[in-house]
Design a protein around this ligand. Structure first.
Ligand SMILES: *Cc1c(COP(=O)(O)O)cnc(C)c1O
Length: 394
């Protein structure tokens, strides 16, 4: 199809750094998105993990409208009622022992702050991250990210970062020494192909860092806020990190990031870090409403139950092109024996939006409010495109 007027304007004026799909999204409600032609799609992109509550959540919308009419901007040099309420609510969800938070505006910024806090706290330079890790696109977060195609054009990156094979305890033992500020891990590697860390691995990361005076940073930007069936994915292993990066779903779709901080992190003093928009009342009001909605709906339980159902149904498809179905809660990957791009396009034509993870994993990040009927619809379409494409190739 030839591009619409909207597409032409974007093509003319955006930086061009995003691969774009041939689709103009104009509206959403719960787990459904509509395009400018009025066609409906079941949304398993979920804003790449942002939309755990689905689209157009009324409580979040109302909180935003009210706060916009009250106070939008208030830098952290002042106290603020919405910020205080948000901090207390957020801390009540965090693993026990995590009593403080730093507020910012995105996942990468949260990772960035956690890296700085780890260096500041330990006085050591090095960060140990994992092969296939994704932590964001700013220079520090990018230095922790593994994928060469994201990194290589931007060298020199921040020094002091090494990558060790994921889920390999021996490699971690070898890499962490008296110059290590922190080990930085995703509890489930999302972009990297939907690979959950084993509980033993996270527990080993905890004990190795503790024994060697380093900190443990967990990146929960994609996995946090119920996505994996617990409020935070580290809870599956019982591990409490020193620093925890959050973002994506935290404020019901409004841009926000945060770092959870244990009292093992030292030297955080006035002036060492900051952000103009960090902790702004608008994002905090949205965050309060979003977290209250997640609690009311019991998002971790929804994600656990619907995720188990979704994975079981996907695993029953048995198309020859499927290598493995894996994931945790509503973070689901279907690894194929071939590239996923044509399948994503075929799904879109059938009214299902999904994501890739790497070149050969189909990734599903639906809102927790997706219905069982919508899951059945998605599975039916996935089965259809996986089987049809095989016939075409044959
Ligand atoms: C998305 C993501 C980030 C980066 O978040 P942005 O808001 O895009 O900066 C960092 N870490 C993980 C695990 C992510 O999934």
């Amino acid at each position: 199809m030839s591009p619409s007027a909207i597409q032409l304007i974007e093509q003319q004026h955006t930086a061009g750094v995003y691969p774009k799909r041939d689709l103009v999204i104009v509206r959403g409600k719960d787990a459904v998105l509509w395009d400018d032609q009025g066609r409906a799609y079941v949304d398993c992109v979920g804003g790449q993990g942002v939309s755990i509550l689905g689209h157009a959540n009324e409580a979040v919308a109302r909180a935003l409208a009210e706060q916009a009419l009250t106070l939008v901007s208030c830098p952290e040099i002042f106290y603020n009622d919405r910020r205080a309420a948000f901090e207390a609510l957020l801390v009540s969800l965090l693993p026990s022992g995590m009593q403080r938070v730093y507020l910012c505006n995105s996942g990468a910024e949260a990772v960035e702050a956690a890296i700085k806090f780890a260096r500041l706290s330990t006085g050591r330079p090095n960060i140990v991250a994992a092969v296939r890790a994704f932590h964001g696109r700013t220079m520090g977060a990018l230095s922790a990210t593994y994928e060469p195609k994201y990194r290589d054009p931007f060298k020199p990156l921040v020094p002091g970062f090494v990558h060790v094979p994921f889920n390999n305890i021996a490699a971690l033992e070898q890499a962490v020494d008296d110059q290590t500020a922190a080990v930085l891990l995703e509890p489930v590697q999302g972009e990297g192909g939907v690979h959950p860390a084993t509980a033993a691995y996270l527990q080993a990361a905890r004990s190795i860092t503790e024994a060697r005076g380093a900190l443990l940073i967990v990146d929960e930007v994609q996995t946090g806020f119920g996505r994996t069936g617990r409020w935070f994915a580290v809870e599956h292993s019982g591990v409490v990190p020193d620093l925890m990066a959050m973002g994506k779903a935290i404020a019901g779709g409004v841009p926000m990031g945060a770092v959870g901080i244990r009292d093992t992190v030292r030297n955080l003093a006035p002036g060492v870090h900051g952000s103009t928009f960090g902790g702004n009342p608008l994002a905090c009001a949205a965050g309060i409403a979003a977290i209250q909605e997640m609690q009311r709906l019991d998002v971790p339980r929804l994600a656990a139950e619907k995720g188990a159902y979704f994975r079981e149904r996907l695993a029953a498809i048995h198309a020859p092109v499927v290598r493995e179905v894996r994931g945790l809660g509503l973070l689901i990957g279907v690894e194929l024996r071939t590239k996923v791009a044509p399948y994503l396009r075929a799904l879109q034509a059938e009214g299902v939006l999904a994501l890739p993870a790497g070149l050969n994993v189909l990734r599903f990040l639906p809102p927790a409010v997706i219905t069982y009927e919508q899951i059945d619809f998605v599975v039916e379409k996935v089965a259809q495109v996986l089987h049809t494409a095989v016939l075409e190739q044959a």
